[in-house]
Ligand binder design. Structure first.
Ligand code: THU
Length: 130
């Protein structure tokens, strides 16, 4: 199954009764393993989690910490980019040249790199004094 197909399939499991906006995410780790996540909302709205966060948690739980490729899919008129918080979460485990494919359920895709999605990202180097 392609990364896009994995993201499309996991999106079906999204728990989004409040927004009704289901999102699926799939990560291919550098090991080759594929991890999937969907958004999980909560009646206390800020407690909800994004699809990307779920896929990252699955990846780390699976023993991987380096991302090779990401795919996100939603039923949207245009490909939906990861939210700002998820860009930072992905950047923790992904180099700037990692490709993020954003897709709509009806077949539109947009590919951007992590550096394009999050230029000037805060990094560990910013905490070094010299
Ligand atoms: N959402 C994601 O899962 N990923 C994104 O990149 C954008 C937004 C979810 C969060 C919430 O459950 C719903 O989409 C509407 O914001």
């Amino acid at each position: 199954m392609s990364l896009l197909e994995t993201a499309r399939a996991v999106r079906e499991h999204a728990y989004a009764p409040y927004s009704r906006f289901k999102v699926g995410a799939a990560i291919r780790a550098e090991s080759g393993a594929v991890y999937a996540g969907c958004n999980v909302e909560n009646v206390a709205y800020p407690q909800g989690t994004c699809a990307e966060a779920g896929a990252i948690a699955a990846m780390v739980a699976g023993g991987d910490t380096r991302i090779a490729e990401v795919c996100v899919i939603a039923d949207s008129p245009n490909p939906v980019p990861p939210c700002g918080g998820c860009r930072q979460k992905l950047r923790e485990f992904a180099g700037g040249d990692v490709r993020v494919t954003m897709a709509t359920t009806d077949g539109k895709t947009l590919v951007m790199t992590m550096d394009q999605l999050l230029p000037g990202a805060f990094a560990a180097s910013h905490m070094e004094r010299r």
